[in-house]
Design a protein around this ligand. Structure first.
Ligand SMILES: Nc1ncnc2c1ncn2[C@@H]1O[C@H](COP(=O)(O)OP(=O)(O)OP(=O)(O)O)[C@@H](O)[C@H]1O
Ligand SMILES: [Mg+2]
Length: 216
């Protein structure tokens, strides 16, 4: 079992959206069983899941204290991928979750404020020697800011080649507990999520050594 932690200090960066979308894409793509874990007291991911009709991916409730044991139990039960959503904060709690990660994915909007804030999330992953990667989210059609963001982020670490654009369907699909993978499987949003998943899976299954070389 691999554990993917979605973290970024910036509120609204797209953590919950990315967590739900990647989990559904992995489950429907045959990489499951996938389990979602909501470590954010805001509970947005759990609320989304509760409004969902489909049972998979499963949601595993777990307090921070029971998270390590829960992950072990999920592994023993045959779960292949655990996706953990986190709150927008830099706290000891985030550190405890990152400790459990095989990969930390850091969604980042292509805005100067968001770009300036990535350092703190990166510091946690680096301090705990966890592989991490950035994913540009809510990118506008104008390419200039996106290119600048990719360039700025690549100074800190690996950037997913899949860019998640700002599209109404991401938010709209989640109203009734679904994702773009389910509401418009042939659309551009679904395609970029699948491409992001492909990148994430490759990083998750990569040897640690190669990761270290690239992120230092
Ligand atoms: N790619 C996108 N296109 C359009 N809207 C998006 C996209 N990603 C996220 N959003 C919207 O932006 C808002 C914030 O997204 P989301 O809740 O996923 O961010 P978050 O990082 O989890 O926020 P928080 O830090 O509060 O947990 C939501 O209203 C969501 O629907
Ligand atoms: Mg969230």
């Amino acid at each position: 079992m691999k554990t993917l932690v979605i973290a970024s200090q910036k509120g609204g960066a797209g953590k919950t959206t990315i967590a739900a979308h990647l989990a559904v894409a992995a489950e429907l793509g045959g990489a499951g069983p996938v389990v979602l874990i909501d470590s954010d007291p805001q509970g947005s991911l759990s609320a989304w899941w509760n409004s969902r009709e489909a049972q998979a991916p499963a949601l595993a409730p777990a307090s921070l204290a029971e998270l390590p044991a829960k992950l072990e139990a999920l592994r023993a039960a045959g779960v292949k991928l655990a996706v953990i959503d986190t709150p927008p904060a830099i706290t000891a709690a985030i550190r405890d979750v990152v400790k459990l990660a095989d990969l930390v994915l850091i969604p980042t909007r292509p805005s100067p404020h968001d770009l300036r804030a990535v350092g703190q999330t990166v510091d946690i992953a680096a301090e705990l020697q966890k592989p991490f990667a950035f994913c540009v989210t809510q990118a506008k059609p104008t390419a200039r800011l996106t290119v600048q963001a990719v360039a700025a982020l690549s100074a800190h670490g690996v950037v997913a080649p899949a860019i998640v654009h700002d599209r109404v369907d991401y938010a709209a699909s989640m109203i009734d507990g679904r994702t773009v993978i389910e509401t418009d499987p042939k659309g551009r949003s679904a395609a970029e999520i699948r491409e992001l998943l492909y990148f994430v899976q490759a990083r998750l299954h990569e040897k640690k050594k190669a990761n270290k070389k690239e992120t230092t």
